[in-house]
Design a protein around this ligand. Structure first.
Ligand code: SF4
Length: 258
């Protein structure tokens, strides 16, 4: 079974297709996964693998590890484009998320003032004002919206909360007022005998209407790049992503395919 990818709180730097040279911050356990979604394509595996035994890293421990790594990279003359919150689950579930973001901004300013700070989030916690304040402070708040059609979103993302809806999150995403980046994963396949395809005309049209409402700074669209826990998923090739991007662009929305 596909399982967690990251075995520490600070990981990398790695080269990210979307973000460049990226130092990762994993605020979820180093030996398990915790997420408010359970996406069929999650690179960290299904939630069923469990949360592990180590628990969440504390705020001061995270800051100390990040500072040690940034100081080491600086002393070696390495470059850094971005510090990215991602990892074994949803970073905004960390109870000190806002404080950790403040520490990260302070350390970025001290060691690599030109680097950006990005948060990859599934948008489930943007009803929490502390999370919204933190996301507003970072350079790139990258918010997931994989489908604007309820049934498809529920099949692909599998939210833990049965009350979580695409319509509800689209309303909440408007609060970033042009500062948020929306990320959409395009894929096809099957799960438990159910067909999945969020590239159909109806799906793309519904997403375009949602993007128009949200008015993001930019939309990032991408497809599978690593093994997925549901094996019956297929990548959407670059040419097709380009065609979808053209439709989104024609609707007046800034979009980048990756
Ligand atoms: S939201 Fe991210 S971490 Fe959570 S299950 Fe989906 S891909 Fe994995």
């Amino acid at each position: 079974m596909q399982t967690i990818l990251f075995h520490s709180t600070i990981f990398g730097p790695i080269h990210s297709r979307r973000l460049g040279v990226s130092l990762g911050v994993n605020l979820m356990p180093a030996d398990g996964k915790i997420c408010s979604f359970d996406c069929l394509y999650c690179e960290a595996g299904f939630n069923a693998q469990g949360a592990g035994k180590k628990g969440l890293p504390g705020r001061s421990e995270t800051a100390a590890q990040l500072e040690a790594k940034l100081a080491d990279m600086k002393s070696k003359g390495e470059t850094l484009d971005v510090i990215t919150f991602s990892g074994n689950g949803e970073p905004t579930l960390h109870p000190d998320f806002e404080g950790v973001v403040d520490d990260t901004i302070r350390l970025r300013d001290k060691y690599f003032p030109d680097a950006k700070i990005s948060v990859l989030t599934n948008s489930t916690r943007i009803g929490d004002e502390s999370v919204v304040r933190a996301l507003r402070r970072v350079d790139n708040n990258i918010l997931k919206l994989d489908s604007a059609i309820e049934e498809t979103m529920k099949i692909i993302d599998r939210p833990n909360d049965p009350g979580f809806t695409a319509a509800g999150v689209i309303q909440q995403l408007k609060k970033f007022e042009g500062t948020g980046i929306i990320q959409t994963m395009f894929l096809r396949g099957t799960h438990d005998g159910v067909n999945i395809d969020n590239t159909t005309d109806a799906e793309v049209e519904a997403l375009i209407e949602a993007y128009k409402e949200i008015k993001p700074k930019e939309v990032m669209i991408y497809s599978l790049d690593r093994p997925t826990p549901e094996r019956n998923l297929r990548k959407v090739e670059r040419e097709e992503l380009e065609r979808i991007a053209t439709r989104i662009r024609e609707a007046g929305i800034e979009v980048q395919p990756f």
